[in-house]
Design a protein around this ligand. Structure first.
Ligand SMILES: Nc1ncnc2c1ncn2[C@@H]1O[C@H](COP(=O)(O)OP(=O)(O)OP(=O)(O)O)[C@@H](O)[C@H]1O
Ligand SMILES: [Zn+2]
Length: 526
C-alpha cells in the first residue's frame, strides 16, 4: 500500500499514523488527552486509519537559537525522511515528546509556584513548615490544573535534599489496596533506617471510604505521612477519621494574571521565543538573535482568560499552537513566524475544557441557576442555564432542578409554574439536545419572572424539623379521623363522632391530641 502510505502522517504525540485529512483533528485530541494523562490513540484505535508503515513528513528545521525548547527539540528530531532512518527517528522522537510542556514547566521550588498566597505563600504556617522540611499530613483540595501535583513535586524535591525522607507518588486511579500495603511494608523497613516515607496519593477521592481506611492506621502511627490531592470537596469524598488527621489545604482556581505569568514563563524560559507585539521591529538584531517564533502577548492573555484557571490546559494549548503553526510553514522564511491570536483560537475548542461534570463546577452552576431564579433575575437565570448546557450538562438534570425551583420558590404564588416545569422536563426527554436548549432557557426565564412564594416550602421545613426534634412515640391519629372498615373497628371507636363539616363548624380537631394549637404556617415566636 505504497500510495496510501504517502498520505499518512505520524502523530507527534502518540506516534501513530493517520490520514492527512484527520491528522490535525487527531493531534488536537491527542495533545489534550496527553496533557490529562490519556491517549487519544487508544480510544481511536478501533476505528483509526493507522498502519504499521512509518512515513514522516518533512519539516522545517528551526533556528538554532531556539535550543532548549521542548517543542523545538521535538521538531528537530522529527526532521526525518527516508525509511532506513525511520527506526532511529521514531525512538528519538518518542523520547523527547513524551514530556509535554506543562510537565516540563512543573515547579521545583516553592518560589516557582505562582499564586496560592493564602494557602502557602510567605508567612503562612504551611510555608514555614515546608521551609523547615517538616511535612504534615495534608489534603490538597483544588480545581484541576491549579498546582496540586506541582506542590507535591516541590515536596518531593525537599525530600530528596533532606536524606531523611523518601517520597512515593501514586494515583488512586491506578493503585489499589495491595499497592498501598506494599508501600507501608517498605515504609516500615525504611523507618528502621530513620527514613520517613511521604506518600503522595493523587485523586485520593477515587478511593472509597473502605479503601481510605487502609491508610488510617498507618497515618495515625506515623508509618507514612500522607499527602492527598483531590478536586472534590473532601468533606463529602473523604473519610472523617482521615480528614481529622490531615490538614486541609484549599487551593483556589488560578487567576487570569497567574496563568498569564505561567504562560510567559514557559515562553521565555523554555523556548526563547519573544513575547511582544508582532509589529515591533527586529532591525537592530543580528540574524541569530531573531527568534523563530513570536508569541503575541494578546494571544497569551486570551489563553489565560479562557482556560478557566487550569494552567495545564493553557500550557497544552500553547504547545499545540506552536507545534501546528510551525508545521504549516514548510518553507524557511526570512522573518520569524508570528503566533497570533487566531492561531491559538484555531487550535482550541472552548467547550472541551471548562465544564467538569463530576466536579464541583457541575453543582456550582446548577446552584447558580436556582439562586438566580429565586432572586427573580431572568438575565442571570438565562446565563447560567445556557452556560451549563454549553459545558455539556445533561438537560434532564437542569430540568429536574427547575421543577424543584418551581415549587420551592414560586409555589402557590403561581401554580402553573410547576405544571410548566414538568412539561419542560417531558419536552427535554422527548426531543433531547440540541433542540431542547430553548425549552430550558424559556422555563428558567419563566420561573425567574414568576411571583415568588416560599410559604409552603417554609411550612414544610418547620413541620419536618418538628418531627425530627420530637422525642418519644409520635401522638396517635385521633380516633375520629380513623377509618372504620370493619365492625370491630367501629366497636373500638374508630371514626366515631366524625362529621363532614369544615373545621370551624365541625367541633373537631384535625391535629393530634395535644397539638391542637400548632400552626406551621405561623409558628410561635416568628
Ligand atoms: N501554581 C502554579 N504555578 C506554576 N505552575 C503551575 C501552577 N499550577 C499549575 N502549573 C503548571 O500546570 C501544570 C499542571 O499543574 P498540576 O499538575 O500541578 O495541577 P493539579 O492541580 O495537580 O491538576 P490535576 O487535578 O488536574 O491533577 C504543571 O505541570 C505546571 O506546569
Ligand atoms: Zn496521537
Amino acid at each position: 500500500m505504497m500510495a496510501d502510505s504517502n498520505n499518512l502522517i505520524v502523530c507527534p504525540v502518540c506516534n501513530r499514523e493517520f490520514k492527512k485529512e484527520v491528522i490535525e483533528e487527531h493531534v488536537n485530541k491527542c495533545l489534550f488527552l496527553n496533557a490529562s494523562g490519556q491517549s487519544a490513540s487508544k480510544r481511536e484505535l478501533a476505528n483509526s486509519d493507522s498502519t504499521t508503515t512509518v512515513t514522516l513528513p518533512k519539516r522545517r528545521k528551526l533556528n538554532s537559537t531556539s535550543t532548549g525548547c521542548p517543542i523545538v527539540e521535538q521538531k528537530e528530531s522529527i526532521e526525518v525522511v527516508n525509511s532506513s532512518q525511520k527506526h532511529h527517528a521514531t525512538v528519538n522522537r518518542m523520547n523527547k515528546i513524551t514530556v509535554p510542556l506543562a510537565e516540563q514547566m512543573r515547579p521545583l521550588l516553592l518560589d516557582d509556584i505562582i499564586g496560592h498566597i493564602d494557602s502557602f505563600g510567605r508567612g503562612t504556617m504551611l510555608r514555614s513548615m515546608l521551609e523547615q522540611r517538616k511535612i504534615p499530613n495534608m489534603i490538597l483540595w483544588g480545581p484541576p490544573g491549579c498546582g496540586k501535583t506541582s506542590l507535591a513535586n516541590v515536596i518531593a524535591n525537599i525530600c530528596k535534599e533532606s536524606k531523611t525522607m523518601r517520597f512515593v507518588k501514586m494515583s488512586a486511579t491506578m493503585a489499589g489496596i495491595n499497592d498501598v500495603k506494599e508501600i507501608v511494608k517498605i515504609a516500615k523497613n525504611e523507618a528502621q533506617f530513620k527514613k520517613q516515607t511521604i506518600l503522595f496519593m493523587d485523586e485520593i477521592h477515587r478511593f472509597n471510604k473502605l479503601q481510605q481506611d487502609t491508610f488510617l492506621q498507618h497515618v495515625e502511627n506515623g508509618t507514612i505521612t500522607l499527602i492527598g490531592a483531590t478536586t472534590e470537596n473532601p468533606s463529602f469524598s473523604l473519610n472523617n477519621a482521615l480528614l481529622s488527621r490531615c490538614r486541609i489545604i484549599t487551593m483556589q482556581k488560578l487567576s487570569v494574571a497567574d496563568v498569564l505569568e505561567i504562560l510567559k514563563r514557559a515562553v521565555k524560559k523554555n523556548c526563547n521565543i519573544l513575547v511582544q507585539d508582532s509589529r515591533s521591529s527586529f532591525d537592530d538584531m543580528s540574524k541569530e538573535q531573531i527568534p523563530s517564533i513570536i508569541v503575541e502577548e494578546e494571544s497569551l492573555r486570551w489563553l489565560a482568560e479562557i482556560c478557566d484557571g487550569d494552567a495545564r490546559i493553557a500550557l497544552g494549548a500553547l504547545e499545540l499552537a506552536i507545534t501546528s503553526r510551525d508545521t504549516e510553514s514548510d518553507v524557511c522564511k526570512d522573518g520569524p513566524t508570528v503566533l497570533s491570536l487566531d492561531d491559538i483560537k484555531n487550535g482550541i475548542k472552548r467547550t472541551h475544557m471548562l465544564y467538569d461534570k463530576k466536579g464541583d463546577e457541575h453543582y456550582n452552576t446548577i446552584s447558580a441557576i436556582h439562586k438566580s431564579i429565586r432572586a427573580s433575575d431572568d438575565n442571570a437565570a438565562l446565563y447560567w442555564t445556557t452556560r451549563a448546557l454549553h459545558g455539556g450538562e445533561d438537560p434532564i438534570f437542569i430540568a429536574r432542578r427547575l421543577i424543584r425551583a418551581a415549587c420551592e420558590d414560586i409555589g402557590l404564588a403561581d401554580q402553573s409554574a410547576l405544571v410548566e416545569a414538568v412539561a419542560c422536563l417531558q419536552g427535554c426527554q422527548q426531543i433531547g439536545m440540541p433542540e431542547c436548549d430553548v425549552l430550558l432557557a424559556q422555563c428558567a426565564v419563566r420561573l425567574a419572572r414568576a411571583q415568588k412564594s416560599q410559604e409552603v416550602y417554609r411550612a414544610m421545613k418547620k413541620c419536618q424539623s418538628h418531627l425530627k426534634e420530637s422525642k418519644g412515640p409520635l401522638p396517635p391519629v385521633p380516633l375520629h379521623l380513623r377509618n372504620a372498615p370493619t365492625k370491630l373497628m367501629k366497636q373500638l371507636g374508630f371514626g366515631s363522632g366524625y362529621n363532614m363539616l369544615h373545621k370551624d363548624e365541625s367541633g373537631l380537631s384535625y391535629m393530634p391530641q395535644g397539638m391542637e394549637d400548632y400552626d406551621f404556617f405561623n409558628p410561635p415566636g416568628v
